[in-house]
Design a protein around this ligand. Structure first.
Ligand SMILES: Cc1cc2nc3c(=O)[nH]c(=O)nc-3n(C[C@H](O)[C@H](O)[C@H](O)COP(=O)(O)OP(=O)(O)OC[C@H]3O[C@@H](n4cnc5c(N)ncnc54)[C@H](O)[C@@H]3O)c2cc1C
Length: 339
């Protein structure tokens, strides 16, 4: 049996960011990622540049994979186009995850790819990961929206929406901004996006009402050529959930740490992983003797609790679009003016 202090399940943006800071602090950990290559899921590949005191550039420490910086998003409804000013970095997300993995390894951290954790078993104060046979004092679920760690802890499943994305060579829209489309005729209870990358566009469609997804995706796809490959995935769209459970922590999608209105979870995952790393590094300095990880819970709530709650209220507002798209447009306009 192999012993470690911390086992991280999942080498997405959350797990890799956490691993990087733990490696820097010399914490004994292993990260297990089920796929051989990083970045398998559907994603719009956009990162908010800044949230409060946390900036993507500061957390990422590299330019690799950053393709464009866009300052505006055009939001279209059947009643007009509104403009939101919020800097977003468009990336090649696989390159970003590969770069984070390089940074982890350069700091001496251990990442094992192609290793899916199939089961977790509590043994005294430790947890055993199977089939690896790794015994860990602390387990971190950075394993996405359908987290095995959540299930192992007996936590309720997250409220999930569904979305699909593809890369498309060109779109007939100005490429100096991001575009999102809130139209019931395109997809109810959700939106379509068109994000310009360096040499192509990331295009997608998502909804928090899964019953609409299949037919709307089928008709949305008709706007594009047949040979595009679409990736479909779930994303949390409820309120974030408690992230500390005795000696298990949840980070990123596994904890529902996503802005519910937009489905944006990339920078939030990096921020929450950074806060989790601070807590774990402190505990490691005391040999994990009396593990109390509640300061991670307090820290992410203090940093992102209010913006998460606002975004959740905004998502509930999109229900209004079901009743009146005109009212929705007016509410959106007021919201944009106030922000
Ligand atoms: C279609 C779509 C578009 C999106 N667009 C954007 C966007 O443009 N901007 C934005 O900010 N957010 C976006 N999001 C949300 C964003 O992708 C997620 O919030 C973010 O990826 C969360 O990162 P994570 O590391 O928590 O989870 P994930 O990226 O899901 O990573 C989890 C990792 O865990 C691994 N894993 C799972 N189970 C196991 C196991 N048992 N053993 C080992 N490994 C395991 C998986 O292989 C995966 O690599 C989008 C989501 C979707 C679905």
């Amino acid at each position: 049996m192999e012993d470690v202090d911390v086992a991280i399940l999942g080498g997405g943006i959350a797990g890799l960011t956490l691993a990087k800071w733990l490696a820097e602090e010399g914490v004994d950990f292993v990260l297990l990622e089920e796929h051989q290559r990083f970045f398998h899921k559907a994603c719009g590949e956009g990162f908010y540049e800044q949230m409060g005191e946390h900036s993507f550039t500061h957390l990422y420490e590299s330019n690799r994979g950053i393709e464009r910086r866009l300052e505006e998003t055009a939001v279209s409804t059947p009643h007009g186009i509104l403009t939101v000013r919020l800097p977003v970095l468009m990336t090649d997300k696989r390159a970003v995850e590969e770069e984070l993995a390089r940074q982890v390894r350069a700091r001496g951290g251990i990442i094992r790819t192609g290793e899916k954790v199939e089961a977790l078993e509590r043994q005294g104060r430790a947890t055993i990961l199977w089939p690896q046979g790794i015994r860990s004092r602390v387990v971190v679920g950075a394993d996405g929206a359908r987290s095995l760690v959540r299930r192992h802890l007996g936590l309720p499943p997250l409220h999930l929406g569904i979305a699909a994305a593809t890369r498309c060579p060109s779109v007939d829209l100005p490429d100096r901004m991001l575009h999102v489309e809130f139209k019931r005729s395109v997809i109810p209870c959700g939106y379509a996006w068109y994000f310009p990358k360096k040499e192509c566009w990331n295009v997608g469609i998502g909804t928090y009402a899964p019953r609409y997804f299949k037919p709307c995706l089928a008709s949305f796809k008709k706007r594009f050529s047949d040979n595009l490959s679409w990736a479909v995935d779930s994303l949390p769209i409820g309120r974030p959930q408690p992230a500390v459970h005795h000696t298990s922590l949840l980070v990123g999608d596994a904890a529902g740490q996503v802005f519910a209105a937009t489905g944006s979870g990339n920078l939030p995952a990096m921020i929450c992983a950074t806060l989790a790393a601070r807590t774990l590094s402190r505990a490691a300095r005391h040999g994990f003797r009396t593990p109390d990880f509640s300061d991670y819970e307090r820290a992410w709530r203090a940093t992102l609790g209010k913006p998460f709650a606002r975004s959740h209220r905004l998502r509930q507002l999109t229900r209004t679009a079901q009743i009146s798209e005109h009212l929705f447009h007016l509410l959106l306009k007021t919201g944009i003016k106030m922000s």
